[in-house]
Design a protein around this ligand. Sequence first.
Ligand SMILES: [Zn+2]
Length: 173
Amino acid sequence: MHQDRCEECGEVTPGYDTVHYGSMDSGYRQLCTRCFNAVVAELHGLDDFENIRLEPIGLTDCAGEEHQFHFQTRLLGGIVSLEAFELREANPAGYTFQLIGKPEEDLFALLGRLIQRIRSALSVKHIEDGQHGLQIVDDTVRGESSGTKTKTVACRSWLLMVAKSHGKSSARC
Ligand SMILES: [Zn+2]
């Protein structure tokens, strides 16, 4: 696993949780996400920003398989990006979800909405990549459209966006 040492707090951090931050004039530093957020919060006068580390949680999909989601909060000036992702061999892979919020918003409220979105997506049956290309796993599906990163699948009474589903799954509802 690629790891970096944060040049602010000195903590050894996985590569995906660091930011190369700076400018041509001041030079660049490798910062962990929390130190990066602290720098951005200070720059933008966002003293109340909740710069907290969110612990991973396990959520079960409709096939009974558990997915461990890790969270990353990035303060980007006027917006906050909250991302949830799975890890494979210590690198982000599988499902990725992202919500954009405001820095003054309650981070746990944002997290609650993100988890709700993940739960909805995990309750949906997925498209199977079979010998005839992408196909629906069984006939409970009523509609389908697919793009490069977003698939819409109707499953039972659900019609939900399965956003940025990188992994392939043939889960059954
Ligand atoms: Zn740090």
